[in-house]
Design a binder for this molecule. Structure first.
Ligand code: TYD
Ligand code: MG
Length: 452
């Protein structure tokens, strides 16, 4: 008797599985994320089943194991991993196609003094060699394999016994145990689970490269987030050389770290002093620019906020923000209008974070407000002035975390003044800094302080 082939429906965003088609995912609430896949029949499950060796143990009797880490050649890479690559960990590196994921990992592999197995399902060995020549080869022990079958990969790993495995990319892998084409959700899940088994059973760290698009139209990284130990995202604006490696999840460290790289003709170069890099070089003072002392993870960073306020040319004023949340900008504009009496309602407001960087540190608020006020009045702010505070709905200036680290960074870079919340200033020993620390209480105070 012929059996009808059954379909299952997945959500591309969260991986939720459903027997019926849906417009809105019942699990994560996203719209239009439904994809249809053939129902997967797992094959040959018997030989894969392992005896579980777990026995319940009192927590006090479990011995502590020091995590062993491999130190990678890029300091910025180690930072986002929480201080190096943990043995046996599965690390997903996601990012848009063309952003530089393959370059980052190949370059890491080529500069490391360890045996690396670089498995590519995307490029041929010659293509990889060309790229390797471009970025420079130091590691003699970097093996390139073009393979997509997970069973074959396992064989090679057993054979080669590498210190690190890199898989480029998870979307090209296919497990023979699952009856689905590469790149489908069932296949991605299964392949990742098998790579995880390799990582855990041989204590080899495995990197998985995963393509992701802004609208999430390529299935992958999102549905893997719970399988892997660490999720890193490689991002940046293609028009700039900057590339940012951001920690999204990390079982072995903080999940708010950030590493900065620059892409040039010979591959990636790490940027260890981002502040100087992110501040635009300018000789003359222009209105609408303010510098924020932000924290990205554990690292203080000075970044430039630029605002342009002009009379709306057409009926409805335009508001747009790059690198900053537009809703947050609108809120700050409303606060300025209502609490400090600035008539911005009929003005176009454009906001930009220099260098193509994106930040959601609340401490940016004060510098956004300062930049908007400066552009509105067309009076420049001294370029040796920094800002670090959150702005509340009643126009009050609120304290932010790690204020001393922020002040110290601005101080180190030769800034002369920093505006902070008066609540941050309490108990702060400002004498140890050269920089003048100016506490402000409301946006109105700030406006008067800055422009009289
Ligand atoms: P790639 O690593 O292939 O991106 P991904 O794996 O994320 O798809 O990066 C490709 C881009 O990087 C490509 O546009 C060319 C650029 N590039 C350089 O600018 N310099 C270099 O040395 C290399 C190797 C690539
Ligand atoms: Mg690639």
């Amino acid at each position: 008797m012929a059996t009808k082939e059954k379909s299952v429906f997945f959500c591309k965003s969260c991986g939720n599985e459903s027997p019926k088609w849906f417009g809105k995912c019942p699990a994560c609430g996203e719209w239009n994320t439904c994809v249809e896949e053939k129902e997967v029949k797992s094959k040959k499950t018997e030989d894969r089943r392992q005896k579980s060796e777990g026995v319940p143990m009192p927590i006090k009797e479990i011995t502590n194991a020091e995590e062993q880490r491999i130190v990678l050649p890029f300091e910025e890479f180690n930072r986002v991993l929480g201080g190096g690559l943990v043995l046996g960990s599965l690390v997903l590196v996601g990012g848009e196609p063309g952003i530089g994921k393959s370059t980052l990992l190949l370059q890491t592999a080529l500069q490391l003094n360890k045996k690396v197995l670089y498995i590519s399902g995307e490029e041929s060995q010659t293509q990889i060699k060309m790229r390797a020549d471009r970025v420079g080869i130091k590691n003699e022990n970097c093996l390139i394999l073009t393979e997509t079958d997970t069973k074959e990969i396992l064989k090679h790993v057993k054979d080669v016994q590498p210190d690190i495995v890199i898989v480029d990319s998870i979307q090209t892998l296919s497990s023979p145990y699952v009856d689905a084409t590469a790149g489908t959700i069932s296949q991605i899940r299964e392949s990742a689970a098998e790579m995880n088994k390799i990582a855990k059973s041989y204590q080899i760290p495995v990197f998985l490269i995963g393509h992701i698009t802004k609208d999430g139209s390529i299935a992958g990284p999102k549905i893997l987030e719970h399988i892997v130990d660490t999720v890193l995202q490689f991002e940046g604006d293609r028009h700039y050389g900057f590339r940012i490696l951001r920690t999204i999840k990390n079982r072995f460290g903080s999940a708010s770290e950030l590493g900065i790289f620059e892409m040039n003709a010979t591959g990636l170069r790490e940027v260890t002093n981002p502040s100087e890099f992110l501040l635009s070089q300018r000789d003359e003072e222009v209105s609408g620019i303010a510098i924020a002392a932000t924290m990205e993870g554990q690292r203080p960073m000075l970044i430039e906020t630029q605002a342009l306020v002009s009379t709306a040319a057409y009926g409805t004023p335009q508001r747009s923000a790059t690198g900053f949340d537009t809703r947050r900008m609108n809120m700050l504009l409303a606060v300025l209008e209502k609490r400090a009496g600035f008539k911005l309602g009929m003005k176009d407001v454009f906001l930009n974070i220099a260098g193509g960087i994106r930040s959601d540190d609340p401490a940016l608020d004060l510098s956004v407000v300062a930049a908007v006020l400066s552009s509105n009045a067309d009076i420049p702010i001294d370029n040796r002035t920094a800002f670090a505070a959150e702005v509340g709905l009643s126009g009050e200036i609120r304290a932010v975390t790690r204020i001393e680290a922020r002040i110290a960074e601005a101080d180190k870079l030769g800034f002369e003044k920093i505006y902070i919340s008066k609540y941050s200033a309490k108990g702060l020993d400002t004498k140890r800094f050269h920089i003048e620390v100016i506490p402000v209480a409301t946006v109105y105070d700030l406006a008067t302080e800055l422009f009289g």
